[in-house]
Ligand binder design. Structure first.
Ligand code: NAP
Ligand code: MG
Length: 404
């Protein structure tokens, strides 16, 4: 078989633990035999981050800005225990955080659906995509533990001499304090990414915050979205027959549960963090959740939503058989290859990405699954569990037949 050509390299970000093992299996079995794979390789595995003092992460993000498309394996975000385990000189920051800060993006997460696994919410028929603003708020907050009585104030000192000071609370006992911020520039980017993604995928866009309570902070998000919609995207939305609407977060939650899916739900940073776990679990499994970071200037970084599956890795190291689900990681590759194909006008590469995803779905529909999914299958469907490599080989058989 003649291998499919690529013209521009993909930025390849390798990772850690079990997903690093899957990464190699996927490349060896599902990509290299079919595609003349061109990548610029960055090893974001923890040992290499330690060795380069995390420069490799920064370099990989900058390469994404240069080439426009990246595919990332899950990586360890070090904590105290990891510092000891890997003998680290520093508790390196979350690679995803570093990459997001450089690309200034929005994270879109969508579940992969199959007939035999019914969502926990009966009326959900189509995927719900969560768009999470990946900047600021509680993730960049300053906190203080109040131990005694005293006055807490909110103070702003402008470079132009303006100033603002207001009492937050007069503490008569111990308590807690937190200062959060966001920036117009980041909210504007968030809004553009959401509207563009809605247009690209031809889906409605919902946006929800708590502006009735947060009359300045959340209100700013609401106003910026509306302004950008009215001035830049309204005509295109109407032409495509898709809708943008804003609603309160509590109303959105109720509507989401009653809906049949098939739209994008844009959330502030914390809401997106929480809601994406709820939505992915209700659709079936974290291992079936795809994720892409889209920057406002049109760079894409594809990954799986789950982590490095540490528990399985420790079993793997002991020589035990593991049945780790590679679906979301395969879809990270297919998503990145499809985007590369679209940008470089390579229909064969786009077709390969489509066929790879079809082969995955066919394998699952034939009842061949990893362990995590077998337990979720509805009555009336048959399924049996295979190990990771067995699952990948079953996909390969189907992919070969499709491409023959
Ligand atoms: P995790 O790796 O997502 O795994 C949590 C549990 O979910 C697993 O133990 C497993 O359950 C199940 N699971 C997740 N993905 C699966 C898959 N593909 N196939 C089968 N089961 C799967 O989360 P974690 O254990 O909290 O974190 C592990 C490491 O990943 C941490 O060091 C964290 O920093 C990192 N992390 C990275 C990213 C990222 O790079 N984007 C995201 C999250 C976490 P069972 O053990 O019950 O089978
Ligand atoms: Mg989370």
């Amino acid at each position: 078989m003649k291998k499919i050509k690529m013209t521009t390299p993909l930025v390849e970000m390798d990772g850690d633990e079990m997903t690093r093992i899957l990464w190699k299996m996927i490349k060896d079995e599902l990509l290299i035999p079919f595609v003349d794979l061109k990548t610029e390789y960055y090893d974001l595995g923890l040992p290499e981050r330690e060795k380069t003092r995390d420069q490799v992460t920064v370099d990989s993000a900058n390469a994404t800005k240069k080439y426009g498309v990246a595919v990332k394996c899950a990586t360890i975000t070090p904590n105290k225990q990891r510092v000891e385990e890997y003998n680290l000189t520093e508790m390196w920051k979350s690679p995803n955080g570093t990459i997001r800060a450089i690309l200034d993006g929005t994270v879109f997460r969508a579940p992969i659906l199959i007939d035999s696994i019914k969502p926990a919410v009966r009326n959900w028929k189509k995927p719900i995509t969560i768009a999470r603003h990946a900047y600021g708020d509680v993730y960049k907050s300053t906190e203080y533990r109040v131990e005694g009585t005293g006055k807490a104030e909110l103070v702003f000192t402008g470079d132009d001499g303006t100033s603002f000071r207001e009492t937050i609370y007069n503490f008569e006992c111990g308590g807690v304090l937190q200062g959060q911020y966001n920036k117009d520039s980041s909210i504007i980017s968030f809004a553009h990414s959401c509207f563009q993604y809605a247009i690209n995928t031809k889906q409605d866009l919902w946006f929800a915050t708590k502006d009735t309570i947060s009359k300045k902070y959340d209100q700013t998000f609401k106003l910026i979205f509306q302004d950008i919609y009215d001035n830049n995207y309204k005509a295109k939305f109407e032409e495509l027959g898709i809708e943008y609407f804003y609603t309160l977060i509590d109303d959105a939650v109720a509507r989401v549960i009653r809906s049949e899916g098939g739209y994008i739900w844009a959330c502030k940073n914390y809401d997106g963090d929480v809601m994406s776990d709820m939505v992915s679990t209700a659709f079936g499994s974290l291992a079936m959740m795809t994720s892409v970071l889209v920057s406002p200037d049109g760079n894409y970084e594809y990954e799986a939503a789950h982590g490095t599956v540490t528990r399985h890795y420790y079993r793997y190291l002991k020589g035990e058989d593991t049945s780790t689900n590679p679906m979301a990681t395969i879809y990270a590759w297919s998503g990145a290859l499809r985007k590369r194909g679209e940008l470089d006008n390579l229909p064969e590469l786009v077709n390969f990405a489509d066929k790879l995803e079809e082969a995955c779905i066919d394998t699952l529909n034939d009842g061949i699954m990893t362990k995590d999914l077998v337990g979720l299958v509805s009555e009336g469907y048959e399924a049996h569990a295979v190990n990771s490599i067995g699952f990948i080989k079953a996909i390969r058989e189907r992919l070969e037949a499709k491409l023959a």
